[in-house]
Design a binder for this molecule. Structure first.
Ligand SMILES: *[C@@H]1O[C@H](CO)[C@@H](O)[C@H](O)[C@H]1NC(C)=O
Length: 228
């Protein structure tokens, strides 16, 4: 019996022996082709395959980058939503001794309030916005967005507690409303799609890892001047 690949041989190829009309000879086995013909065909197959595969690979890379521009974060690495955290109705940030709660809220911030300094070339390599200032050692200063957002939450919290307790509100109204909108933007940006309520686990970024990176790169030269 002839090898299976003979079934795909077109009748018009040079390998068909016109002098013998039986099916057996029309479906001439691959083996009767000359070595040159076989190599030519193999080369074509390899070329076409290479073209198709390389195109597929590049389309894949392009699609992935387009759909997931931040799958890889320069600070958190890949798999940024790596921590599961349960939503709780009450926490030590909202219930208990006010003095201790205030301390807990202050303790969320590393020294420098979330300001960091990075190598200017690192900033360029990661397409960061131009820095608004340089540290004494020439490094570029930035504020980690999470800490700006937590700062805003703290401003709102302080204002609410002062109002609730009949004291003067130290932050002006414009600052408080600006902070409200900062948090609106942050919440919409993060767009947590989790369904459910109390006790449901949410996929979160690694707060501890971001804290550790911020501490490591903390900009503390002018902590008081920056009012953080
Ligand atoms: C609250 O905690 C602080 C510090 O731990 C303590 O000095 C204070 O007495 C506490 N206040 C009340 C009302 O328990």
């Amino acid at each position: 019996m002839a090898p299976k690949e003979t079934e795909y041989e077109p009748l018009t190829t040079a390998s068909v022996d016109e002098s013998e009309g039986t099916d057996e000879h029309v479906l001439r086995p691959y083996a009767t082709r000359t070595a040159k013909q076989r190599w030519g065909r193999a080369a074509w197959v390899v070329c076409v395959l290479a073209l198709v595969l390389s195109n597929a690979a590049w389309i894949g890379v392009y699609r992935h980058q387009k759909d997931h521009p931040h799958d890889f974060d320069p600070i958190l690495g890949s798999n940024t939503l790596s921590v599961m955290s349960e939503y709780v109705f009450s926490s030590p940030y909202v219930e208990g001794n006010l003095t201790e709660m205030n301390q807990r809220w202050r303790d969320m911030f590393p020294r420098g309030g979330g300001a960091v300094k990075v190598d200017p070339q690192w900033a360029v390599d990661h397409q960061l916005q131009p820095t608004q200032g340089y540290a004494k050692d020439g490094k570029a200063i930035y504020v980690v967005a999470m800490y700006h957002q937590l700062h805003c939450l703290t401003v709102i919290r302080t204002s609410l507690y002062q109002s609730h307790n009949g004291r003067d509100q130290i932050d002006d109204w414009g600052h408080v409303t600006h902070c409200l909108d900062t948090l609106r933007q942050a919440i919409q940006c993060l767009a947590d799609p989790t369904l459910g309520g109390v006790g449901v686990r949410h996929q979160c970024r690694d707060f501890e890892a971001l804290l550790a990176w911020t501490v490591e790169h903390a900009y503390t030269d002018n902590v008081d001047e920056m009012g953080l």
